[in-house]
Design a protein around this ligand. Structure first.
Ligand code: ADP
Length: 403
């Protein structure tokens, strides 16, 4: 059976999933895996559709020294042991820059253009591009598709897309891009099926994972995001501070004399829940800790979520529904309950029993704003995009041949 390989590559791990293409074009998840500990303690792990273990093995450090090597090992395992040779590969690429409002087929020219955005996402973009470059070099005939986390937000109005800085910088690419777009696009596509009564309305979607943001949806399109130029802005996250006065960064650079790369590392890895609590970046640990610093970090997360929801409600000029998704949003009834309390002034009233069960609809019948929990699936979104781009390019190739 034909399959699509979805690749999500980071600095120390490569996550991958295989989707089988059914006769009617539907996609069935066949397996998921990851190679982590790249450059330290490499390990390949994979599970089947039912969660059964298919592989769990360690590798010597020198055999998987970088992201490209990790994908090579995963590819060899898929080919030799699972007899899987994918029809195409879909990649998550965090930054598509100002030009890309949809997924695109990969070629050398695209990679060169996307490398320009490395400065805008230094901790993600190079690792996203590494497996693309490696496949282009080693398997040039294998179709690849780049799917961008920024693409879904590209239709924002200028007032949402700009900072109050001279236009020249905007033209250079200093814009409010917004991220988690593949997750929001998946939610926007899923809502008409699971909650048709609200799908066309004004909705705030809260993607609360180790990275966290909110998106204002109107008629299924993104009109505003809490994230901006980079994935540092907006809500506090596991290790990132979220919204912070640029003056704090200046203070770190000047008064504290920190080097720019140290400031970057600090902002991406040492702040957020981890920095505030001094305990952990993991919400589960904070919720079970009796340390007052953990409680404060949770209070801060909830308070800021409420503030940003207020901002998005203003962008939408009112809201018709609120949706929780991602690790914390899908699994933590405690955080949902506390954020819902913050939204009481908007007319949100949670149904505690439904919330505890992680039901689709977790608000009371009389709640002015209905609240939903919708699991996200960015990998499926990438697989669907990859298949569509593949079909479109085959169709175009046939048409060109015929004319
Ligand atoms: P990412 O994909 O950005 O790495 P996820 O969406 O998987 O993140 O979310 C991971 C986060 O979800 C973890 O940091 C953890 O704090 C949180 N999480 C997962 N399950 C729960 C739970 N039951 N209660 C609270 N937090 C949870």
């Amino acid at each position: 059976m034909d399959t699509i390989l979805v690749v999500n590559a980071g600095s120390s791990s490569v996550k991958f999933q295989i989707f089988a293409i059914e006769g009617d074009g539907a996609l069935r998840r066949q397996l998921k895996g990851q190679v982590d500990g790249i450059g330290s303690r490499p390990r390949l792990r994979a599970t089947g559709a039912d969660g059964d273990t298919l592989a769990d093995r360690a590798y010597p450090i020198e055999s998987i020294a970088d992201v490209a090597a990790a994908l090579t090992v995963a590819g060899a395992w898929l080919r030799d042991e699972r007899r899987i040779t994918p029809l195409a590969v879909g990649h998550r690429v965090v930054h598509g820059g100002p030009d890309h409002d949809r997924p695109v087929p990969v070629d050398h020219g695209l990679v060169a253009r996307l490398e320009r955005y490395t400065a805008l996402a230094p901790l993600h973009q190079p690792y996203n591009l590494a497996p693309i470059k490696s496949l282009l070099a080693n398997l040039p005939a294998l179709p690849q598709v780049a799917c961008f986390d920024t693409a879904f937000h590209r239709g924002h109005k200028d007032v949402a897309d700009q900072y109050a800085i001279p236009h020249q910088l905007y033209d250079e690419g200093v814009r409010r891009y917004g991220f988690h777009g593949l997750s929001y696009e998946y939610i926007a596509r899923t809502l008409p099926k699971v909650a048709p009564e609200i799908a066309a309305g004004r909705i705030i979607v809260a993607h609360l994972g180790s990275g966290a943001s909110m998106c204002a949806l109107q008629g299924g399109r993104s009109v505003e995001s809490t994230m901006g130029f980079t994935a540092l802005d907006g809500l506090p996250m596991g290790t990132r501070p979220g919204q912070i006065d640029a003056g704090v960064v200046l203070y770190l650079l000047t008064t504290k004399g920190m080097r720019p790369d140290a400031v970057q590392d600090f902002l991406y890895r040492e702040c957020g829940l981890k920095g505030l609590s001094g305990i952990s970046n993991d919400m589960r640990e904070l919720l079970t800790s009796s340390d007052p610093r953990a409680a404060f970090a949770v209070d801060y997360f909830v308070y800021r979520a409420g503030l940003h929801a207020g901002m998005l409600a203003a962008a939408l000029q009112g809201i018709d529904a609120f949706v929780f998704t991602a690790g914390i949003g899908e699994n933590s009834s405690a955080i949902r309950e506390r954020i819902a309390e913050q939204l009481g002034w908007l007319g949100v009233a949670l149904d505690r029993a439904e919330n505890a069960k992680h039901s689709l609809k977790i608000s009371q019948t009389g709640s002015r704003i209905p609240v939903y929990v919708v699991p996200t699936d960015e990998e499926r979104m990438i697989a669907e995009h990859t298949l569509s781009v593949l079909w479109a390019s085959r169709f175009n190739a046939k048409r060109e041949k015929a004319s």
